[in-house]
Ligand binder design. Structure first.
Ligand SMILES: Nc1ncnc2c1ncn2[C@@H]1O[C@H](COP(=O)(O)OP(=O)(O)OP(=O)(O)O)[C@@H](O)[C@H]1O
Ligand SMILES: [Mg+2]
Length: 148
């Protein structure tokens, strides 16, 4: 089911992140799809800014897992920012600790923001939120958000 369809530029990305969170906040697992350089990390960074994340947000390209803390309604909460681009398959993802992160999210103890979910799609099961970002101009992006 489609929950959101928005367009934004770098100038309006913070407004987009706020609107996004209104529909996304009940989902503990959120995947971000889009070509290389589409803006997955940039949007997650803006979203983390919106959530007043205390840590520096960067692409987990080499570490594969970044962990951030933020103050949520119910107290301290955790975001796992996962990048599956360099993973070959599901078993590599499990060995890298991805399933542990997802399990924590399913238990309500963390959020998982996943870039390149296609690399280990088998680890994902309903309910989660699937975000698709596409480039429509040098600084223009469109985003579709589906509930899965
Ligand atoms: N509206 C926009 N939203 C996001 N990024 C934008 C936008 N306009 C321009 N950009 C630029 O596009 C680039 C997006 O890079 P980013 O690392 O976020 O992409 P990515 O989808 O995470 O790529 P990768 O697949 O390598 O992880 C940045 O240089 C950013 O400044
Ligand atoms: Mg990225």
């Amino acid at each position: 089911m489609q929950l959101l369809d928005i367009s934004y530029s770098l100038d309006t990305i913070d407004v987009a992140a706020g609107r996004f969170w209104e529909v996304a906040k009940d989902f503990r697992i959120i995947t971000f799809s889009g070509d290389l350089g589409a803006g997955k990390t940039t949007f997650i960074s803006s979203l983390c800014n919106h959530l007043h994340v205390e840590d520096a947000v960067s692409s987990p390209t080499f570490a594969l897992i970044n962990q951030y803390g933020f103050a949520a309604d119910g107290g301290e909460d955790v975001i796992f920012h996962l990048d599956w681009y360099r993973l070959r398959d599901t078993s590599e993802a499990i060995n890298a600790g991805m399933e542990d992160c997802l399990d924590q999210a399913r238990a309500g103890a963390a959020y998982c923001f996943v870039e390149w979910p296609e690399k280990a799609q088998d680890l994902l099961r309903s309910p989660y939120l699937a975000v698709f970002i596409s480039t429509t101009g040098p600084e223009d992006r469109s985003m579709i958000v589906n509930q899965v």
